[in-house]
Write a protein that binds this ligand. Sequence first.
Ligand SMILES: *Cc1c(COP(=O)(O)O)cnc(C)c1O
Length: 409
Amino acid sequence: MSDEGYFGQYGGSYIPEILFNSQQQLIESFREAMADECFLQQVKSEMQNYSGRPTPLTYCGNLTQSVGGAQIYLKREDLNHSGAHKMNNVIGQGLLAKRMGKNRVIAETGAGQHGVATALVSARLGLECTIYMGAHDIKRQYPNVFWMKQLGATVVPVTTGSATLKDALDEAIRDWCTNYDNTHYLIGTSCGCEPFPEMVAGFQSVIGEEVKEQSIAQIGRYPDRIYACVGGGSNACGIFLPFVNSGTELVGVEAGGIGDGPGEHAKRFNTEQARFGIAQGYATRFLQDDQGQLQETQSISAGLDYVGVSPILADLEQQGKVRMTSARDTEVVEAFKLLMVNEGIVAALESSHAIAGGIREAASMKATDSIVINVSGRGDKDIFNVAKALNDVAFDDFIEDYLGEAAKS
Ligand SMILES: *Cc1c(COP(=O)(O)O)cnc(C)c1O
């Protein structure tokens, strides 16, 4: 990375001038913190004693047999507190906010997963917490909104634009411009202006560091390939970065959605609809139309539904150090089911993209090869989407009855 936060041509800082000083303060505080043994120990201790790290590397013998090919191992980020890798980043930035003397954090959230993780850690660390969320997303993801509020966070509905994630992001930046004295902007993925991509990827790298040790102990060497789903790119950066130039092939799996047309997927690679652009504070590959307007995205998993991508991954892909592929919604649901019935593991729909990509390729690998697939989160949260995809009529009946009862009381 260059001094200005570039990764090749991607990254940088494109932010309002008023934020310049607080951004500089954040960059310096982050560097100081990462050189401070005491801070690193604090982060490690919270990851162990609050979130449950290290997470296991699980060998999947039944799945391996059913796919027929490479040996399949799963990195179990679903076993983190709150059920996803997001906790790693939120613990790191929450502790950093305290170290900087900030008593308030703000965050943007789409599906609400990052909002809940931020609200949890804010409660634990005694930080005031405000979450910006599109009004449209609030309707679709109310259970997460419920928990954020119960945890003591203020949830601000954003009604501008399409009332979704990118509008929530604009509002969060606006808040930061007004309140930077006491407020840390806790970004949820490895995107945005310097130092966020590097910082989030850094806190997530514990995933890959653990896989290094675990694969030596359990496989006897590093895996031949590692697979991770790619939304903003934080779980992929976390498991990939420690393995760059190690000989292990790194494969990102994007949301193929329902088709290859504009607005039907969330692929920022291997499509002409995505190209270099500058938006939301940084430069990366964005899905955009001929006029440069950001496009709508679609995916069965809310967490992969994003128009931009980590500048770190954009650069690694361009250098040929990460390969990108994608999986369509239907293939993702099949992979979700196959893992569930063979191994008793219910993966998030986001993570099921990585499973789909991994098993598709494992089938043509040798039995002496090994792959690791990152299970970024658990699938309980996806019960509504999965029941819909599987046409589970009994579940529909349950919801109707439940809502009927609620309306009566
Ligand atoms: C948020 C989320 C993702 C996508 O975010 P990345 O920054 O790309 O990792 C993936 N999986 C789960 C379970 C998530 O909650």
